[in-house]
Unconditional design. Structure first.
Length: 126
């Protein structure tokens, strides 16, 4: 079973801790780090090379602004953006352009999004 490397970069702290508590006991998921400051995000992605980045989605109706930059730089990484105040999550990945789909607001929805590996155009799955 391929292990999924996850970097958690949520604010507020309580949300970050709840996400970590939800996924930390999964046998196929490794939490490779936590980011508490936006200014540290790029450096931590570079250091940890996560398969999935979990971030806070501050405006659920709008695409995540930094998503295009991050997926352009790290096209194999997927981004799971969570908006607790709206009980909503969105999953982003890169193909020819950036795609997203709704995430079920539950523990199983969170785990399924982390484990999902959508195909990348022109990039073989590893």
């Amino acid at each position: 079973m391929k292990r999924v490397r996850v970097l958690v970069a949520n604010r507020p702290r309580l949300m970050r801790e709840m996400v970590i508590a939800t996924i930390s006991d999964q046998p196929d998921i490794d939490i490779v780090g936590e980011v508490t400051k936006d200014s540290e995000l790029n450096e931590m992605i570079e250091q940890t090379q996560p398969d999935v980045l979990i971030v806070a989605l501050e405006e659920p109706e709008k695409p995540l602004g930094k998503c295009g930059f991050l997926l352009g730089r790290y096209p194999r990484m997927r981004i799971l953006a969570l908006a607790p105040e709206k009980n909503r999550g969105v999953y982003y990945w890169a193909m020819v352009d950036i795609r997203n789909k709704p995430v079920e607001s539950s523990e199983s929805g969170l785990l399924n999004a982390i484990r999902e590996t959508p195909g990348l155009v022109g990039v073989p799955r590893s």
